[in-house]
Ligand binder design. Sequence first.
Ligand code: FAD
Length: 116
Amino acid sequence: MNPTPWWQGDQASYQALKAKYTKEAIEHLATYFHLNPEIIIYTEAATPRTFARYTARDRGVVGGIGQRIPTFGPFGFANRTPIKNLWLVGDSTHPGEGTAGVSYSALTVVRQISEN
Ligand SMILES: Cc1cc2nc3c(=O)[nH]c(=O)nc-3n(C[C@H](O)[C@H](O)[C@H](O)COP(=O)(O)OP(=O)(O)OC[C@H]3O[C@@H](n4cnc5c(N)ncnc54)[C@H](O)[C@@H]3O)c2cc1C
């Protein structure tokens, strides 16, 4: 997802965009579930600006760099770097993506370090 629209405009346009996406999300969910204003007691929405504020992620992007064939898995950033004793783990590194992926990337590095 392109996060740029969430960073443009003033506070009023941001709130309007957030309200629009929230409404559309609920309408979409209502095609699967019985939802109406009597049933929905509380809603809360998070946007890329929310993720940036609470998780310090660049522009609120979730999941590291966009995944496509040239950036995915073995074609993505390796854990080993050309700099001695500098390793990369987490989002965007192999295998990356999600808590399981980032944990596995850390485990891979620990194994490589402990075998040296
Ligand atoms: C809303 C949301 C929902 C998600 N849902 C899921 C899910 O359901 N399942 C799933 O598997 N994954 C999910 N993810 C993705 C998952 O959270 C990430 O893949 C994972 O947390 C990435 O781990 P990481 O250690 O690479 O980065 P992070 O967890 O982002 O950790 C990076 C850390 O570095 C810190 N930091 C940043 N800059 C600096 C700096 N300059 N100096 C010092 N510290 C710094 C940050 O504060 C942060 O603590 C979700 C993410 C978000 C935001």
